[in-house]
Ligand binder design. Structure first.
Ligand SMILES: [Zn+2]
Length: 282
């Protein structure tokens, strides 16, 4: 089946999820490969089998090379322990899962696979390049380009929102989640990839250390009933993707070129993954 036909079939089956970005009405019809709202606004499923809800192309700091590096490192399993922890935090029954800031899509695809592909999986990102890469994955997940501030979903349609290291929009999350729906947010701890951080930044640099206090405090102030679980493991780095690991995070953006060059020439065998999984029923 062609991607555009597969994407159209998904949209047809789950039409009531999607909201017209122009008039905010629910789409009511699929005509060919186009979604049509009651006010005759249309949106086409594209050749990649996805939807683009942005009327402009947004340049993000995640360029093609960085996304390709992320694909290699995430395929190799850097986040596997995190994905398992998130899967454990989800209700066992089949449900509609939305992955916020899905990037190149691998964590969502792995999460759905761990749950035996029983769920309806949606992943969105503002980066068209990321979503184009995501649509190449062998997964039942549906990927789309959208803005965090205007989620293109009708109210109270989503059972669970997951977020791997992404910015949040809590009002929008509360709007699209079903009453009692769950939010599972993964944030890095100080120890996350600290080996790279320490190589790239001198001791007197503010980037030498990291604190998640601000993000954590904001989350806990918004959802005081949330629970926190720490997930910590050492990941063995396959030698052929060490440089991709250096390039896949924003960590290297502010590093001095000589520190970057030195880090590239000094391969590490292992790196620390250290995150907090925040869980709340809204
Ligand atoms: Zn409309």
């Amino acid at each position: 089946m062609k991607k555009i036909d597969r994407g159209t079939a998904f949209v047809q089956q789950h039409l009531s999820l999607f909201q017209c970005p122009t008039c905010r009405a629910a789409y009511t019809e699929v005509d060919g490969h186009s979604l049509v709202c009651p006010n005759h606004h249309t949106l086409d499923v594209n050749k990649k089998g996805s939807l683009n809800f942005l009327n402009r192309n947004v340049d993000t700091e995640y360029d093609d090379a960085m996304l390709a590096s992320r694909r290699k490192v995430l395929s190799a399993g850097l986040f596997d322990g995190i994905v398992t922890a998130v899967g454990t935090a989800l209700d066992a029954q089949a449900q509609t899962i939305l992955d916020v800031g899905t990037g190149e899509g691998t964590p969502l695809a792995k999460l759905l696979a761990e749950r035996n592909n029983q769920d309806v999986g949606l992943g969105f990102d503002i980066s068209k390049a990321g979503i184009n890469l995501a649509t190449q994955l062998d997964t039942d997940a549906f990927y789309l380009v959208a803005d965090l501030a205007h989620l293109p979903f009708m109210d109270h349609q989503i059972d669970t929102i997951v977020e791997f290291f992404s910015p949040s929009a809590y009002e929008e999350f509360n709007r699209v989640l079903k009453p009692g729906g769950r939010l599972v947010k993964v944030i890095p701890n100080a120890g996350y990839l600290h080996e790279l951080r320490e190589m790239l930044y001198p001791v007197d640099s503010k980037n030498h250390t990291y604190s998640n206090d601000k993000v954590l405090n904001h989350f806990m102030a918004t959802y005081p009933q949330a629970t926190q679980q720490r997930v910590q493991y050492t990941w063995t780095i396959p030698a052929d993707i060490y440089v991709d690991l250096l390039h896949m995070t924003p960590l290297h953006w502010g590093a001095r070129p000589e520190a970057q060059a030195l880090a590239e020439q000094t391969p590490l065998d292992q790196v620390t993954v250290d995150v907090t999984v925040l869980v709340v029923d809204v």
